[in-house]
Design a protein around this ligand. Structure first.
Ligand code: UDX
Length: 448
C-alpha cells in the first residue's frame, strides 16, 4: 500500500515515519523545499525521541521518501493524509486555509481511488469542506474519480510521539463508506496487537473526539490547579489531596498534577477552538471558558509568589530559571509558561539566567538576548537571588543542593512543578515555594 502524507510538521512526520516502519510505502510531501532537503539528509525539523532513527532507517531502505511535488508522487497512492498546520486565527478558531489548499491540490492531481484523511486537528465540519474542495477541483478539470474523505485524529504526546503512534491506546477513525473503512482498517492492522482497538465512527464524531479528549484533559489540569491554589489558602497540601482523590478510579491518578499551567501546541489551541465552535452554534461552553481563564492565571502564579517573597522589589534581582520548554522531552516553546514568567520578571527589572537541556535553541528565536544563556543549571544559579524550576526535566530532579546553596545569593527555590521535597529542602536551609502547599505546612509533612 502506498500512502502520501502532506505536511512534514510534527504530526505528519511522525505519521509518515511510523507507517513506513511497519512496511507501508510512504511519501512525505511539503511545500518547504529546505525542510525536504534537510529530511533527505537526515536532518529533522523537530526534536522527538526515537524519530531520527526511524526516519533514517526507512529512508535508507526506500520505504520512506520526501518530495515537494504532490502532483508527481500521488499516482498509485491509496491514502492521502492531510497533516498541515491549522494555526489559531485572531479569534481562536482554527485557520483552515492550508488544509483546504491541499484538498484542492489533491482533487487537481489524483488519478486513482483515494481515501483523503484529515490528520490535522480540525473543527467539526471540516471533512465536508475538504470534500467540497476536492469535488470542485475535479469538476474544474472534468475528471470523475472515486474517492472518500475520512477523519483520523492523532493523540500523540510530544516527547512520546513515536511510542504513542506505534502502541496507541486507541485509533479513532471517522468514515462514511465501507470502502474507506476497509482501507484504513488494513493500514492500521499492524498497530492493533494486544487488543489495541480501532474505533470507527461517523466523521463529525471523530472530529469532535479529538477536541473533547484534549478539552477533558485540560479541564483536569485547570481543576487541580484551582484546587491547589485554594489548598495554599486553607493550609492543605494538594499532593495529598491529589492522591486522596486519584485513588477513586473514576477520577484516576494521571493528569491531575498541579503546576504553572498547561502549554504546548494542542491544549491552548484546541480549548480556544472548541469554545469558538460552541459560540458559533449558540452553545456557550462555560466550563471550557473557565478552564482557559484558570490556565492563563496559573501561568502567573510563580511570578506572584516571587513578587510577594521579595516584597515587590524585583528591580536589579537575578533569577535562575531551570527549564524553558512547555514540558520535558521536547524543545517546543509554544505557549510555554516560561515565556510568561520571563516577561513578567523582565518587566519588573530583573535579570533571568536560563538553562534548558534541549530547548535553548528554539527559545533563543523569541527570547534572543533578553536573558542570559547558561551552559548548565549551576551556571544559571550562580549569583542568583532564587532558583525557579519551570520544566521538570529529569536532570533537575536531584540537584547538588549544597553546591546550589553556595552559588545562590539567597537560598530560595520556587518549584513550579512540585518535584522537590519541601521538607527536605527546608532542613537544608532553603525556603521553598511550590504549588498548592501552604507555607505553614512546609517542614511539617513531606509532600513527596
Ligand atoms: C497533548 C495530549 O496529551 C495529546 O493526546 C494530544 O494529541 C496533544 O496534546 P502534549 O501537548 O504533547 O499532548 O503534552 P502533554 O503531555 O499532554 O502536556 C500538556 C501540558 O499539560 C504541559 O504543559 C504539561 O506540563 C501540562 N500538564 C500535564 C500538567 O500541568 N499537569 C498534568 O498532570 C499533566
Amino acid at each position: 500500500m502506498k500512502v502520501i502524507v502532506i505536511g512534514t510538521g510534527y504530526v505528519g512526520l511522525v505519521t509518515g515515519a511510523c507507517l513506513a516502519e511497519v512496511g507501508t510505502q510512504v511519501v512525505c510531501v511539503d511545500v518547504n523545499a529546505e525542510k525536504i532537503n534537510n529530511l533527505q539528509k537526515g536532518i529533522l525539523p523537530i526534536y522527538e525521541p526515537g524519530l531520527e532513527e526511524i526516519v533514517s532507517r526507512n529512508y535508507q531502505n526506500g520505504r520512506l521518501s520526501f518530495s515537494t511535488d504532490l502532483a508527481s508522487v500521488i499516482g498509485g497512492a491509496t491514502i492521502a493524509f492531510i497533516a498541515v498546520g491549522t494555526p489559531p486565527g485572531e479569534d481562536g478558531s482554527a485557520d483552515l486555509q492550508y488544509v483546504l489548499q491541499v484538498a484542492k491540490e489533491i482533487g487537481t492531481n489524483m488519478s486513482d481511488y483515494l481515501v483523503v484523511v484529515t490528520k490535522s486537528t480540525v473543527p467539526v465540519g471540516t471533512a465536508v469542506k475538504v470534500n467540497r474542495e476536492i469535488k470542485q477541483a475535479m469538476l474544474d478539470r472534468g475528471a470523475l474519480i472515486d474517492y472518500d474523505v475520512a477523519s483520523n485524529p492523532e493523540f500523540l504526546k510530544e516527547g512520546a510521539a513515536v511510542q504513542d503512534f506505534l502502541k496507541p491506546d486507541r485509533i479513532v477513525v471517522g468514515v462514511n463508506t465501507d470502502r474507506a473503512k476497509e482501507t484504513l482498517e488494513q493500514l492500521y492492522h499492524p498497530f492493533l496487537l494486544n487488543g489495541r482497538p480501532i474505533i470507527f465512527m461517523d466523521i463529525a464524531s471523530a472530529e469532535m473526539t479529538k477536541y473533547a479528549a484534549n478539552a477533558m484533559l485540560a479541564t483536569k489540569i485547570s481543576f487541580i490547579n484551582d484546587i491547589a491554589n485554594l489548598c495554599e489558602l486553607v493550609g492543605a497540601d494538594v499532593n495529598q489531596v491529589r492522591k486522596g482523590i486519584g485513588s477513586d478510579a473514576r477520577i484516576g491518578t494521571s493528569f491531575i498534577y498541579p503546576g504553572i499551567g498547561y502549554g504546548g501546541s494542542c491544549f491552548p489551541k484546541d480549548v480556544k477552538a472548541l469554545v469558538k465552535t460552541g459560540k458559533e452554534y449558540g452553545h456557550g461552553l462555560r466550563i471550557l471558558e473557565a478552564v482557559e481563564a484558570v490556565n492563563n492565571d496559573q501561568k502567573k502564579v510563580l511570578f506572584n509568589k516571587i513578587y510577594k517573597h521579595f516584597d515587590g522589589l524585583l528591580q536589579g534581582r537575578t533569577f535562575a530559571m531551570w527549564g524553558l520548554s512547555f514540558k520535558p522531552g521536547t524543545d517546543d516553546m509554544r505557549e510555554a509558561s516560561s515565556l510568561v514568567l520571563i516577561n513578567s520578571l523582565l518587566e519588573a527589572g530583573a535579570t533571568v539566567q536560563v538553562f534548558d537541556p534541549v530547548a535553548m535553541h528554539e527559545a533563543g528565536k523569541t527570547l534572543k538576548d533578553s536573558v542570559k544563556w547558561c551552559k548548565d543549571m549551576y551556571e544559571a544559579a550562580a549569583g542568583a537571588d532564587a532558583v525557579l524550576l519551570v520544566t521538570e526535566w529529569n536532570e533537575f530532579r536531584l540537584p547538588d543542593w549544597p553546591r546550589v546553596k553556595q552559588l545562590l545569593k539567597a537560598s530560595v527555590v520556587f518549584d513550579g512543578r512540585n518535584i522537590y521535597d519541601n521538607a527536605y529542602l527546608h532542613k537544608q536551609g532553603f525556603t521553598c515555594y511550590s504549588i498548592g502547599l501552604s507555607q505553614s505546612t512546609v517542614g511539617v509533612l513531606s509532600n513527596s
